[in-house]
Design a protein around this ligand. Structure first.
Ligand SMILES: Cc1cc2nc3c(=O)[nH]c(=O)nc-3n(C[C@H](O)[C@H](O)[C@H](O)COP(=O)(O)O)c2cc1C
Length: 353
């Protein structure tokens, strides 16, 4: 018995809510075809970078001064290895569309609003169905306020949404303290959807030289907790915005939890690298089975049944949870609440007056 798992994301009709998140795998013809056959709803291309796009425009205008400067030459080469380069991406889009028959979403990653974003028009002309924007300003400047840091993102959304008629989503990092408000302003600026969350390379300190350095790994399923916290906060404040969950989706239950938390669709990246394209079929079939076992006729029924309550009780819920002993997987622990130091969490059975 196959339940109906079709849905919509930013108005785009999708055959399933399991999308392939932005990564270079979506440009590999064989992989793109396999994930489409496996039932993926859509695929997001690897990001084109602001620097790469700016140089490409400059070269097109014949501006030799904007060739890749020597110290950056290696980086320029890597960019093109990463995503094939701007020209190649534009040429690949019609072929991807023909081969896969599912919506293809382009991704733009930069730090500024500016002319480089006019590439969105070229991507639309090449046939992409939507655009995902990642605009992160430098946040190391102590003089830069949160509002100043967010301005380029909002300006970029206005610029791109005025330029193209396809839907535009914004992929956010999980560090915004006023996420529901930012989501509302992004919507006002023209965004049709948001992706919660993107990831960046992370800082790690090696035991050897104790020097912080950036590293890039596949994400772990534990990341879903961060994703859920964003979904619940934004969905609680906006029942109709298109939201994609990205981060830590690896199993059918992860998909269900993300949807119940507020996602309309889920994006899978690291698990695709770990398990290959079969993971898409597992998730689509797993979701259909879950719907069947739990009495839902369709995926839309599951979405309609979720409770997206406002989070004004958030603080109280947090306090109640923190004041209880932490939940633990360890079985059979003896807990002596009568000891003068309390139980092993330091909780006293008899509160001190
Ligand atoms: C190898 C790799 C390449 C990625 N490339 C991009 C990219 O080009 N643009 C982007 O926005 N996100 C990129 N991501 C981030 C993913 O799209 C996704 O947001 C993130 O990994 C969290 O989802 P996951 O837990 O399913 O991996 C990449 C992730 C991986 C693992």
């Amino acid at each position: 018995m196959h339940q109906d798992v079709t849905t919509r994301y930013m108005g785009l009709p999708l055959r399933s809510p399991i999308l392939v998140g932005a990564c270079p795998l979506t440009l590999k013809p064989e992989m793109a075809r396999e994930v489409a056959i496996a039932g993926a709803g859509a695929a997001v291309m690897p990001s084109l970078m602001e620097e790469q796009v700016s140089r490409w425009f400059a070269r097109r205008k014949g501006d030799a001064s904007n060739r890749c400067p020597n110290p950056e030459a290696e980086l320029c080469k890597s960019e093109n290895v990463y995503n094939g380069g701007v020209e190649s991406c534009l040429k690949t889009i019609p072929r991807l569309k023909r081969q896969c028959g599912i919506p293809i979403i382009a991704s733009l990653n930069g730090g500024h609003d500016g002319d480089w974003l006019s590439i969105a028009g070229d991507l639309e002309a090449a046939g992409v169905d939507a655009i995902e924007l990642i605009i992160n300003a430098n946040t190391y400047d102590p003089d830069c306020t949160a509002e100043q840091a967010e301005r380029p993102l909002l300006d970029a959304v206005r610029r791109v949404t005025q330029m193209v008629s396809i839907p535009v989503a914004v992929k956010l990092l999980p560090f915004y303290s006023t996420l529901p408000n930012l989501a509302a302003r992004l919507r006002e600026a023209g965004a049709k959807g948001i992706v919660l969350f993107g990831r960046e390379p992370i800082w790690e300190i090696s035991d050897g030289d104790l020097v912080p350095a950036l590293h890039w790994h596949l994400s772990s399923p534990g990341l879903l907790q961060t994703t859920l916290s964003g979904l619940i906060r934004v969905r609680g404040s906006d029942p109709s915005l298109s939201i994609a969950a990205s981060g830590g989706i690896a199993t059918t239950l992860d998909v269900v939890h993300a949807v119940v938390g507020g996602a309309d669709v889920t994006m899978v990246t690291s698990e695709l690298y770990r398990s290959g394209p079969d993971v898409i079929a597992h998730l689509v079939e797993g979701l259909s089975g879950y719907l069947h076992r739990n009495g839902f006729n369709s995926y839309c029924d599951l979405i309609a049944s979720r409770q997206t309550q406002a989070t004004d009780q958030d603080r109280q819920a947090k306090m109640e949870t923190m004041l209880a002993p932490p939940e633990t997987e360890e079985a059979g622990e003896a807990v002596d609440g009568n000891s003068p130091h309390g139980d092993r969490w330091g909780h006293l059975t008899t509160p001190t007056p």
